[in-house]
Write a protein that binds this ligand. Structure first.
Ligand code: ACM
Length: 595
């Protein structure tokens, strides 16, 4: 396995490799030339103390065996320049974020165990390859979304998620805090939100029968402060998402007055899906939500606030005389546009507090509030509509960025979605193919950035969350950071070999689909069909059989494409150049069209 010395993810925009190494040892000091970088230096020293056991001092001057943090106002806000020589390391930046990213890159130049959260006892030389790196992100918004409602994850899980984002220079974490199946944030004025709303008697999920296990949990305001502060030290801004008007059953179960049918039975939902009991657009609901936001505003300094807005059935409003009267008084075209009434009100409320509101792309349906940012998840058409309407956009098209989908067609759980996004597909995402060159050229600057989403329906615990997130998180991170011309899947796969070692050091239980054969099929609607067998592990040979036998290193090597007939069976397996099998055996019988 050839592991490149410079295997940085996201790939820096310019790297010049030089001869020699810098070695971090117990005599190294960190020199902070500008007070601006004091906290970044302290955090770095604390981080590396764990695996190395070194207590690296921070000083104001020094020349030899030093890591210098230097202010350079000419560099881009989040950009940096990193010069590694045998004598010292100079990390230059114009902002603390830039210095932090320079030090992330320095850590990635070192042995992967620099990320271990225990003292590394085997004799490791903490060396970094000499080089000059000049780097800055392509996009300002480099995000991840985490649904903590379908299942609750402890705050330690959220912090570990943030660590990984920081390692890859991602900077926005959208926390999906409220749902039909749970309300996860303590609101002091409304204690029933967490007393009632954070718990469900059992989980039915996609089934009719439940597991009989009470599920729940929530973050106290102190927990939230801790997470937000932890993230801030890692230059990750946590965006709260408070869903309105739909996906609100847990709040309604706690406070039925929020519903159009307060006298009907309410429950924190045990099944996934879209629910019809949504917030009623009454003065009481608006006051409740304002109160909630007032407390949330104290906790999250984020410039962006997410108000949900997706999947809100209008049934309850259409059946409500109050809603019909209200819609007519407001001069709305129909009762359906009460969603606009919600969005407009809370956009104004939060804008007056200095916040920019984000909503899922349904906020474009009917009348749109132009000051909101559209999070385009149902493909790219909402993004196109928003850009043409001169609105700002964050893209997270489900087919490319919903990382709760499988990563391989060899399913490793029955519970998962039938859709799958391989590492290759996640990496090769190209929005211009969907948005078009001309709109990209004229209005590409309306795209603030991109985000991958981790919806929780199939992610019952922290380990499963790691499996779904990694290694694909590296794809969205590199997509957001690295210039288009610098990105290349083959090169990424070579760098992934060291990345897996880093993930191991971080004790991340990532998916191993990287070593599995993927079947890539042509879209013709009839047999014979053209099939390509692919494997991400860059040094693999794929051997295959068509007679049902198990392939060995002596079986034929898969050609660039294979024609298959209905009923054919292909078995394929990846092998290292020296003939050792990698990944799982792939068996595929070609029958009816499933795609
Ligand atoms: C969504 O996937 N409903 C935002």
């Amino acid at each position: 396995m050839v592991i490149m010395a410079i295997s940085i993810i996201p790939k820096p925009n310019s790297v010049i490799e030089k001869d020699g190494h810098f070695t971090l040892d117990n005599k190294t000091t960190v020199v902070v030339e500008s007070k601006l970088f004091q906290t970044v230096a302290e955090d770095f020293v604390n981080d590396i103390a764990v695996p190395t056991g070194f207590s690296t001092p921070i000083r104001e001057a020094g020349k030899k065996n030093v890591i210098i943090l230097r202010e350079d106002a000419s560099l881009a806000v989040e950009g940096y320049r990193l010069e590694v020589t045998p004598k010292n390391v100079i990390a230059s930046a114009s902002s603390p974020a830039g210095a932090f990213y320079a030090l992330q890159t320095l850590r990635q130049l070192m042995p992967a165990k620099i990320y271990a959260d225990v003292r590394v006892c085997d004799p490791v030389q903490w060396t970094a390859q000499c080089c000059v790196i000049e780097d800055a992100p392509r996009m300002g918004y480099r995000g991840m979304e985490l649904d903590v409602c379908r299942y609750f994850y402890p705050k330690e899980t959220v912090k570990k998620f943030i660590d990984m984002m920081a390692m890859h220079k991602q900077n926005y974490l959208q926390l999906h805090l409220t749902e039909d199946q749970a309300w996860r944030i303590e609101i002091k004025k409304y204690p029933r939100l967490t007393e009632i709303g954070a718990w469900r008697p059992e989980t039915k999920g996609f089934n009719e029968t439940g597991d009989g296990i009470r599920h729940g949990g929530y973050y106290t305001q102190d927990d939230i402060r801790e997470i937000v502060d932890y993230a801030a030290h890692r230059f990750v801004t946590v965006i709260p998402e408070i869903e309105l008007p739909g996906h609100s059953s847990a709040a309604i179960a706690a406070y039925p007055f929020l519903s159009c049918t307060p006298d009907e039975p309410k429950e924190v939902n045990t099944q996934w899906g879209i629910k019809e009991d949504v917030f009623c657009p009454s003065p009481e609901t608006f006051k409740f939500l304002e109160d909630v936001f007032d407390e949330v505003l104290e906790l999250f300094p984020s410039p962006y606030y997410h108000i949900g807005g997706d999947e809100c059935p209008r049934t309850a409003w259409r059946n409500s005389d109050y809603c019909k009267k209200l819609a007519s008084e407001l001069g709305l075209e129909s009762v359906d546009d009460l969603q606009y009434y919600f969005v407009k009100h809370f956009d104004k409320y939060l804008r007056e507090k200095g916040k920019t509101v984000i909503g899922w792309d349904e906020i474009l349906d009917g009348s749109a509030v132009k000051s909101t940012v559209v999070m385009s998840y149902r493909g790219h058409n909402p993004a196109i509509k928003a850009m043409n309407n001169d609105m700002k956009v964050i893209l997270c098209p489900n087919r490319f960025t919903y990382y709760d989908y499988h990563q391989s067609e060899i399913r490793d759980t029955k519970k998962n979605h039938h859709l799958f996004i391989t590492l290759r597909k996640a990496y090769n995402y190209n929005p211009t193919l969907f948005i078009g060159d001309s709109l990209m050229k004229v209005k590409g600057d309306h795209i603030l950035g991109y985000q991958a989403c981790l919806w929780g329906e199939s992610i019952p615990d922290s380990r499963r969350l790691e499996h779904q997130t990694f290694p694909r998180e590296a794809c969205i991170a590199e997509f957001c950071w690295t210039d288009n011309e610098q990105r290349n899947f083959k090169d990424f796969c070579v760098r992934m070999l060291k990345e897996f070692k880093r993930l191991d050091a971080c004790d991340i239980r990532y998916s191993d689909a990287f070593w599995d054969v993927i079947v890539n099929m042509s879209l013709e609607t009839d047999y014979p069909r053209e099939v390509e067998l692919e494997l991400d592990y860059p040094y693999a040979r794929i051997h295959y059989t068509t007679d049902g036998s198990i392939p060995t290193a002596a079986s034929p090597i898969a050609p660039a494409s294979i024609m298959v007939n209905k009923g054919d069976v292909i078995k394929a397996q990846g092998f290292t150049p020296d003939g050792r099998p990698v990944g799982k055996l792939m068996t595929r019988k070609f029958e009816n069209f499933e795609e």
